[in-house]
Design a protein around this ligand. Sequence first.
Ligand SMILES: *Cc1c(COP(=O)(O)O)cnc(C)c1O
Length: 360
Amino acid sequence: MARVYNFSAGPSMLPEEVLKKAAAEMLDYEGSGQSVMEMSHRSKVYDSIIKGAEQLLRELYNIPENYKVLFLQGGASTQFAAIPLNFMNKNGKADFVITGQWAKKAYQEAQKYGECKAIASSADKTFSYIPKLNKYEFTKDADYFYICMNNTIYGTVYHELPDTGDVPLIADISSCFLSEPIDVTKFAMLYGGAQKNVAPAGLTICIIREDMLGNARDITPTMLNYQIMADNDSLYNTPPCYTIYICKLVLEWLKEMGGLEAIKERNVKKAKILYDFLDNSKMFKGTVVPEDRSLMNVPFVTDSEELNAKFIKEATEAGFVNLKGHRSVGGMRASIYNAMPIEGVEKLVEFMTEFEKANS
Ligand SMILES: *Cc1c(COP(=O)(O)O)cnc(C)c1O
């Protein structure tokens, strides 16, 4: 069996240990005589899976009691509508920082429901940095302030959060979910699609402070009403059962590894190997300003489209797959999520070194 090093931005690599455990439990989950795919979401055995996953997530992220954890469907993109429907309900206003396509999509969707202000944007330089924010431009009576924490396509991340005072801060953490510790209390809501760093596709995890709930607009579809989902412990309807089970295995893997401090240390080490190489290479260079670089998504280019294409082709043949940059920006991007072993990045850098020698 030959497994490749998969640098996909999502869906992406899962830890091999998790895949092996899932395979071993496929036909008979803990003596139930069934696969998790086949069981009722109302069964006792399934209840221990979904509750177990929530408990582990609470432990790892240190989520306070006054926050709800929801396991939903529809992807991060569905929350772009659910968030204004649930929260843009006092003054009908919200602030956004436009740091890339995902932030922009959230901003555009929210405009259907109220007055949205783009506080700043880094579109002028292809989103290669996190814009400096002037808090005097923030809307004082906004219902919330929205950011995309880690910008998957462009490879930037906030190292410092906007100071929004009493205005609730909401962050899309799809592509940095569980990559390092986070102070949940600084946010009214954190959410993300699980397919980048936590599970296969099909699951969206929302962490919401309780006082935010209960004021959804009347027109809010039942399935998008966070209060209803919270009241039903994410079991209002059939949840993505199997994906939640894999999520639980990933959380167990993270806990065994020593939790988020440990994974952060590993992620920092991994990213440094690649950034150090890019900073010293004459052929390849990173596209993000050093101070805003992401630990998870690393875009880079050579100075020729031809060379980019040659590199991607040869890398793929050598077992380093999905290195092509997002279709909107071109070049290359290595997504090095939690499940990517250090060895995967070391080998990629060796390959890049050889490629540079052979082609210069
Ligand atoms: C991938 C991604 C999305 C979109 O997620 P879906 O689950 O496909 O809707 C949104 N935001 C960020 C930051 C992403 O990386």
